[in-house]
Design a protein around this ligand. Structure first.
Ligand SMILES: [Zn+2]
Length: 326
């Protein structure tokens, strides 16, 4: 695995996605949008073993300060209506290098998937000039979380929203208050305008002890975007912006829990990357088989774990036949 060329696995990943699209297995979200979500993930930590690709940091332990070695990569994930597909990863080469790795990853993903997405999404770290410029230069739109790291823009948008009546949407027991301000100057060029959208959920919860209905006010989220609210209504905007979390839930969590993606099979820089890419390829192919080949009635009466076990048993049986005949 140390000597495998990761780009060969990347080619297979894009071929599988093209076939999925051709067979109508991947549809856009509402109004034809497909998001490309980019985010960082820490895959391994150790105080004992390291390799050329390890990042280092000092941590405080009971026995004093120690050096901890770790691996991080940035991943890109396509999000459609009811299907997500992880497309590629790029290892992070220094502790503060997530944006550098993300730019390299984004340009590579854009070359292979340029016609498959129209919006790039990222967390607050991605509210920065280099990422925004790269995305806009490719003719795509961008939505990033806005937090204290863009204080001037956040303060200005908050001030403008103060006296604005919110758009209200009710969904079952949850009510959403959404505000938007268009034409905020970007943090690097006054000519480039940014739209800022905020959303706060208020949920009605019935307390078990007293039986009283209580209103729980959620955190207020802010997003910066190159999209104009004239082109997309605010409710649809919030639905799309919240899909950023799919990279955590359907991406990293699924890969780590069901596919042991963070297991170290061989501690070597290139092997790390190739094992991750192969795991992503296997998880994507399985997800296509599970949601596009199996009938819904069958999916309902079984579990993902059981189907994985059946596939493993099939592979084992095949391996026994091969070893017997050889
Ligand atoms: Zn290492």
């Amino acid at each position: 695995m140390s000597s495998v060329d990761g780009d060969e696995i990347r080619v297979v990943l894009s071929q599988v996605f093209r076939k999925l699209k051709r067979n109508k297995g991947f549809s856009p979200m509402s109004a034809g949008h497909v998001a490309l979500v980019i985010d960082g993930h820490e895959s391994h930590t150790s105080c004992f073993r390291c390799c050329d690709g390890c990042l280092e940091r000092e941590i405080d332990t009971r026995s004093g300060t120690r050096t901890q070695y770790y691996h991080r990569h940035v991943a890109a994930h396509l999000v459609g209506r009811d299907f997500t597909y992880m497309v590629d990863i790029e290892p992070q080469r220094d502790s503060d290098g997530e944006i550098t790795a993300a730019l390299a990853l984004y340009e590579r993903v854009h070359r292979a998937y340029s016609r498959s997405y129209d919006i790039v999404m990222g967390d607050a770290l991605y509210s920065c000039q280099s990422i925004w410029k790269a995305v806009l230069a490719n003719g795509k739109q961008i939505i990033t979380v806005l937090k204290g790291n863009c204080k001037t823009l956040l303060d200005e948008a908050t001030k403008l929203m103060e006296h604005q009546a919110p758009a209200i949407r009710k969904k079952k027991s949850t009510s959403q208050e959404i505000r938007e301000v268009s034409d905020c100057p970007s943090w690097w060029d006054d000519e480039i305008k940014i739209c800022v959208v905020s959303c706060r959920d208020t949920k009605k919860v019935k307390r078990q002890l007293t039986g009283e209905i209580e209103e729980v006010v959620g955190k207020k989220w802010f997003w910066a975007s190159s999209l104009s609210i004239d082109d997309i209504d605010v409710f649809r905007f919030v639905d799309i912006a919240r899909k950023r979390w799919t990279i955590e839930n359907e991406g990293f969590n699924n890969l780590v829990t069901n596919w042991h993606a963070d297991h170290v099979y061989r501690h070597e820089d290139n092997a790390f990357e190739n094992f991750s890419l192969l795991t992503i390829l296997a998880a994507n192919i399985f997800q296509i088989f599970y949601s596009r080949n199996l009938k819904e009635a069958y999916r309902k009466k079984t579990t993902v774990r059981r189907i994985l076990n059946l596939i493993m048993a099939g592979i084992d049986a095949e391996a026994i036949v091969v070893s017997d005949t050889s």
